[in-house]
Design a binder for this molecule. Structure first.
Ligand code: LMR
Length: 392
């Protein structure tokens, strides 16, 4: 039977991790998968998470099942950060559940949209490759539109046109902040235009917030999404703590529904729970429990926020250093200073990307995406020189 299976291509981003690990050059540079790195090149566990994990080991008295919704203390503790401190439940219209990482949250959001009748999902491209993979797997029709313009700004007109022309049974995936892979976010004014257009459309917004706090700040990074939520009757939010709490392999995510009215939530969430049960039954507990402990303790919360700010500041410095290089061969690095989060795209072709890897030990996604956190004081000059050589 299995001979019917043609080999599937490995996920290109995840394959890069192994390729980089197998390279024996000591000066290799990893700009591939989206993990934060310190100025020394490591991805340490957050101090606040370490402290919470120690507490968890001491106090956790059972690992018995919690149910498909996971740790609701975690889900609720996150809500003020996502929806705002003033009214985190949006008048009782928001409910959530835990999900296995950002991927699990996106999967659940899109599957629930499908169950509710969505047949076509609009996606600004380029996007995180797994968005398209999840839509294809469900399956749901994916309708691409251009996320960005050649000048490195967001193509808000393309999105507005999609929203204005959408009929029933359509959804659109929006990156809440730190767009993956371009780093090009909508400006506050563009978010206002998007929210206004959405308020007059039937399209369902699905907001993917996977890099909350890695852009401009926790409040700033949520502002665009909140403008949308204030303008529309219904929306779905897929949230990841994998990056902003550094819990990557522990798979910590949350999925939220904003319903037309509070009374609609029990039926909606019962469907979400049924989908979760059939997909993964219950989410992994450990990382979410650690996040809950951080958020329940003001000292640990402050420590976590400091650690996040250190990350943000370092990424901003790397971006400024790259932008200061200006024109490097055919590449203009100036826009990188205004972009947000871990990622930016460089206009390199396949051959140039292959030469960067073979000749200079620089590993980046085949799309031209770089993870700016892979650059340090020790390797950034070498990287810029390598770019000058291949793009010269
Ligand atoms: C990335 O885009 O590199 C990360 O989100 C990791 C992943 O799962 O693809």
């Amino acid at each position: 039977m299995f001979e019917r299976l043609a080999p599937a291509a490995p996920d290109a981003l995840l394959a890069l991790i192994k390729l980089h690990a197998a390279d024996e050059r000591s000066d290799k540079i990893d700009l591939g998968v989206g993990v934060y790195r310190t100025g020394q090149g490591g991805t340490p566990v957050f101090g606040a998470i370490k402290a919470a994990e120690a507490r968890l080991v001491e106090t956790q008295d059972s690992k018995s099942y919690l149910g498909p919704e996971g740790d609701m203390g975690f889900v609720e503790a996150l809500m003020p950060y996502v929806f705002g401190e003033d009214d985190p439940t949006m008048d009782g219209r928001v409910a959530g559940m835990q999900a296995p990482g950002g991927t699990g949250a996106v999967r659940l959001a899109v599957a629930l949209a499908k169950a509710a009748g969505v047949t076509r999902v609009h996606l600004g491209v380029p996007s995180w490759p797994n968005h398209a993979q999840i839509l294809a797997d469900l399956p749901l029709e994916m309708a691409p539109f251009d996320h960005d313009c050649d000048d490195g700004t967001a193509n808000v007109e393309a999105l507005l046109e999609v929203i204005r022309n959408a009929g029933d049974h359509e959804a659109v995936i929006l990156h809440g902040c730190c767009h993956n892979p371009t780093g090009i976010d909508y400006t506050p004014d563009q978010w206002r235009q998007i929210a206004e257009a959405l308020s007059m459309s039937k399209i369902l917004p699905i907001i993917d917030l996977a890099y909350h706090g890695l852009g401009r700040g926790m409040e700033e990074d949520a502002a665009g999404m909140r403008a949308v939520l204030a303008a529309v009757p219904e929306a779905l939010v897929a949230y990841s703590c994998d990056k902003n709490f550094g819990l990557y392999r522990d798979r910590v995510g949350a999925f939220y529904v904003m319903a037309r009215e509070a009374s609609a939530l029990p039926a909606i969430m019962s469907n979400a729970a049924a989908l979760a049960r059939a997909n993964w039954s219950m989410p992994p507990d450990h990382g979410a429990a650690a996040v809950r402990l951080v958020l329940e303790d003001p000292k640990l919360t402050a420590q976590w926020q400091d650690e996040l700010e250190t990350m943000r500041t370092r990424m901003r410095q790397v971006r400024e250093r790259l932008a200061a290089a200006g024109q490097v061969g055919s590449l203009d690095l100036t826009p990188l200073a205004t972009q947000n989060g871990l990622f930016s795209m460089l206009a390199l072709d396949k051959d140039q990307i292959a030469r960067l890897r073979a000749d200079h030990g620089v590993y980046m996604a085949g799309s031209g995406r770089i993870n700016v956190a892979g650059l340090t004081q020790g390797n950034i000059d070498k990287f810029i020189a390598a770019l000058a050589e291949v793009a010269g």
